[in-house]
Design a protein around this ligand. Structure first.
Ligand code: SF4
Length: 528
């Protein structure tokens, strides 16, 4: 028994003559090629789509875009590694027709066209909509933190700077005291200890100056944090850890767990981002009404109200917070609001009526009490820590929250569905696609990076693959037949045979009635 051996490296082989023969007919690079060729890159916002009349010719933006899409789809994001792939990867050699741009050209392309990548993501989303890959009934919204190119030690808040300055001042004071004592003690010696202390004091003074300047910059900017390496990034909590990064927001359609809308912000919490994320998704899906579910981190009355006004039906659970929850007393949701009488009915069955009003973040708020009932109530120890009454507050527009609570009571499973839907993309992006820290600095460049990541996720999702698989199987059959004719009947060269491949994949998908409407990719781009 022997092992399996390969050919001798020096042996002459009858290899196919065309690069096209090395790439299978159902290889995803063929779709990347067709998809990019169908885009209107000028409308998408790419630079230098039309070459200049003079000067050295540059690479076509379409070729570099194909390289990036291929790279993100295959977990290759760095420009140096993409350059390497151009030399050794047969799929890339096919895709770029043997072009070999250097890493700087590749990196500059992503940087210079940073605003155009979102348009490309959107075009693919529109194509998926035409392929009926979206259910258009339920959107799940969620956010995650992705690390920026900024170490935690290079991020400062006002508090941390004040703390550092205080610590430096204390240390300085101690050194100065020791310096005075050393002057006396080392009189008549070479004074080396005093010299060391003086150097330390000088270094501390410089440090204090740096912290002071940072604090002044922070005050001037009106921001709450300052990041030195990537000035747009912010320290934010991800589970129990705090890291410096960006907040990624996505709206995912429940049918095939595909991303419909994505945005990168440096807002440290999700609160207030519900409508901002869901509304563009609703517009892309082109529906009048859609259900939107998010976790309790998005619970904000103004945002939920805006969501309803925009034609969406939000499902957001109310977080249990406040002093009553902390002290283990009756929660507010254990009090029933009777709209007809404008009173709250407490767990003891007593009616708390409107007493006075105040404002909370510019919102009008009413206070409900019943001191007489509370002072004689046997449940008082479980209800309030104040001497004689429990107070319940209600915002002027709190009917919005009552509606959300009623909806959640009627469809409690929607929260489990949310987890199932929205955590799939984040899990895939972080675990399967190895999305580590962003490679670029600045909000706009990071947005370009994540647009490519989201495009790659949608592109390689099981549903997309299966929809494209139907088409590519048909194409494969068609190709085989054409090759057979080309070889057998015509008897021409193989190069001629492979040139008979279908001209474009996207029109093929549309022709095969895989699309809801027969719009061309070009139309879709223009409408985007
Ligand atoms: S303390 Fe007042 S509000 Fe609380 S259960 Fe008793 S009567 Fe109701």
């Amino acid at each position: 028994m022997t092992h399996i051996f390969g050919f001798e490296r020096s042996q002459l082989l009858l290899l196919p003559e065309a690069v096209d023969d090395y790439v299978g007919i159902d290889n995803p690079v063929r779709f990347i090629d067709q998809f990019v060729d169908g885009l209107d890159l000028t409308a998408a916002g790419f630079n230098r789509v039309t070459p200049k009349a003079t000067g050295r010719p540059g690479y076509a933006p379409g070729d570099l875009l194909k390289l990036y899409i291929y790279g993100y789809l295959n977990r290759v994001r760095s420009s140096r590694r993409l350059e390497a792939e151009c030399h050794r990867n047969v799929e890339v050699i096919w895709l770029l027709r043997t072009l070999k741009p250097d890493f700087k050209t590749i990196a500059d392309f992503r940087s210079e066209n940073r605003t155009a990548f979102k348009a490309v993501f959107r075009q693919f989303t529109l194509l998926c909509k035409d392929l009926k890959l979206f259910g258009r009934e339920l959107l799940a919204v969620d956010g995650t933190r992705i690390k920026a190119v900024n170490n935690k030690d290079k991020n400062f808040t006002r508090n941390s700077l004040e703390k550092f300055i205080k610590a430096v001042d204390e240390r300085l004071e101690e050194y100065l005291k020791r310096l005075d004592e050393g002057d006396v003690a080392e009189a008549g010696t070479d004074g080396s200890r005093v010299k060391n202390l003086a150097e330390k004091i000088e270094a501390l003074r410089k440090k204090r100056g740096r912290y002071g300047a940072l604090l002044a910059d922070l005050e001037k900017s009106g921001e709450s944090q300052i990041s030195l390496t990537d000035s747009d990034s912010r320290a934010m909590a991800a589970h129990t850890k705090v890291g410096v990064g960006y907040n990624i927001q996505i709206a995912v359609d429940a049918k095939n767990k595909m991303i419909v809308e994505q945005e990168v912000t440096n807002q440290v919490v999700d609160m207030g981002l519900l409508t901002e994320t869901a509304e563009p998704a609703r517009a892309i899906l082109d529906v009048e009404h859609i259900d939107v579910v998010a976790d309790r981190g998005y619970f904000k009355i103004e945002d939920i109200e805006a969501c309803e006004k925009a034609g969406m039906t939000p499902y957001v659970p109310q977080p249990q917070r406040g002093s009553s929850v902390k002290n283990g007393l009756f929660r507010k949701d254990e009090f029933h609001y009777d709209a007809a009488r404008d009173v709250y009915v407490c767990p003891a069955g007593e009616a708390l009526s409107r007493n006075h009003e105040s404002t909370l973040h510019d919102l009008k708020r009413f206070h409900y009490t019943n001191p007489a009932a509370c002072s004689a109530c046997p449940l008082r120890v479980r209800c309030t820590t104040t001497a004689n009454r429990r107070q319940v507050t209600r915002l002027e527009n709190e009917a919005v929250l009552d509606r959300v609570a009623a909806r959640l009571k009627a469809r409690p499973w929607v929260l489990d569905r949310r987890r199932e839907v929205v955590e799939h993309p984040f899990g895939s992006i972080k675990q399967w696609m190895y999305q580590g820290a962003f490679l670029t600095k600045g909000l706009e460049k990071v947005r370009a990076e994540f647009s490519l990541t989201a495009l790659a996720y949608n592109f390689d999702g099981p549903s997309t693959s299966s929809a494209l698989g139907v088409a590519t199987t048909e194409i494969r059959g068609e190709m085989r037949e054409k090759r057979r004719c080309a070889w057998g009947a015509i008897g021409k060269s193989r190069a001629n045979a492979v040139s008979t491949r279908p001209a474009t994949l996207i029109p093929f998908l549309i022709d095969q009635n895989l699309c809801a409407q027969s719009r061309s990719p070009m139309d879709m781009i223009l409408q985007g």
